[in-house]
Design a protein around this ligand. Structure first.
Ligand code: PBE
Length: 298
């Protein structure tokens, strides 16, 4: 009887060890085809994001579907957490990546070359407002029209938020630290008395940062701003139908291009608020022999 028990215990211990081995995922092996190592899966974000549409196009244009490559839908938070875990164990991973974003500050990542230029060249982020805003809210219109900052500015706010600071507080802090920039947007603008203004955005880290900064500047001018997060298509529709006054989240010409095409005649495009954004596929730098989207077929 005792012997039997001992055997049962031994077998279960063995099984435990074996299953533990099974769940331990292998680190990146440059000698093996990459696809095999990650189940031919690109880790993506929310379904409507422009980067997801571009990645579907990349899969087609580079004929990655011949190799059964697929794009996994998730969210920015899930993607960055999967990325962080992979990097910790030096495992292979391919993600939808963009800049400005703290993922490039926090992790050693590189964009894959895109010889077919599916993701387009550098992107600018535009401010889009509803028609009639200029007449209805001239002060807010002027600020939104002048709002312009750099990828470094945006990254600062994003990093703070990623460190756990409340977005509104992070925005206030950035404004306090950058009075000259804020003055360029607000100089000579007449204050108002509690007028309500509504901005919409998608809860991407970059847009959480920009939308909170703009809302805070408007608040300091006497507005009562509300900011509302939604999906990308409703965000455009909200401005086009006057349900919202504006947004600062249009990545153009490529990433939000399909939405721009649909809505451009129903909104007013105030031009770029940030230049030099970038979108593409990204991998950790330890994946030394994967440098181009073409390499995914190796
Ligand atoms: N992004 C961030 C968005 C725009 C901002 C690149 C994830 C996208 O539509 O893909």
């Amino acid at each position: 009887m005792r012997k039997k028990l001992a055997i049962v215990a031994l077998v279960s211990a063995l099984l435990l060890v074996l299953s533990a081995c099974g769940t331990k995922l292998a680190s990146y092996d440059p000698k093996k085809p990459l696809g095999e190592q990650i189940n031919y899966t690109i880790t993506g974000i929310d379904a409507g994001a422009g980067i997801m549409l571009s990645t579907q196009n990349a899969i087609k244009d580079y004929k990655l579907d011949d190799y059964n490559w697929q794009l996994q839908t998730s969210s920015t938070a899930a993607m960055t957490s999967t990325l962080e875990k992979a990097i910790k164990d030096k495992r292979p991973i391919v993600v939808t990546g963009w800049q400005p974003h703290w993922m490039f500050t926090k992790f050693d990542l590189k964009f894959l070359k895109d010889p077919k230029n599916v993701y387009g060249d550098a992107e600018n982020i535009h401010t889009i407002v509803r028609k009639g805003l200029k007449q209805d809210m001239p002060s807010a219109y002027t600020v939104l029209d002048r709002f312009h900052w750099t990828p470094e500015d945006m990254s600062k706010v994003m990093l703070e938020v990623n460190d756990g600071v409340d977005p509104e507080k992070a925005a206030k802090k950035w404004i306090k630290a950058n009075p000259d920039k804020v003055k360029e947007w607000t100089d000579g603008v007449e204050k108002v008395n509690g007028d309500a203004i509504k901005l919409t955005y998608v809860a991407w880290d970059s847009e959480i940062a920009s939308t909170n900064v703009v809302a805070e500047v408007l608040r300091q001018l006497g507005y009562k701003p509300t900011i509302q997060a939604m999906e990308i298509q409703p965000m455009w529709a909200s401005v086009a139908t006057n349900a919202a006054d504006g947004m600062v989240a249009a990545w153009l010409p490529n990433t939000s291009g399909v939405y721009y095409k649909d809505y451009k005649s129903k909104v007013e495009d105030l031009g770029a608020n940030l230049e030099g954004a970038k979108v593409g596929l990204a991998v950790p730098t330890y994946m030394t022999n994967i440098n181009s989207i073409e390499d995914l077929k190796k």
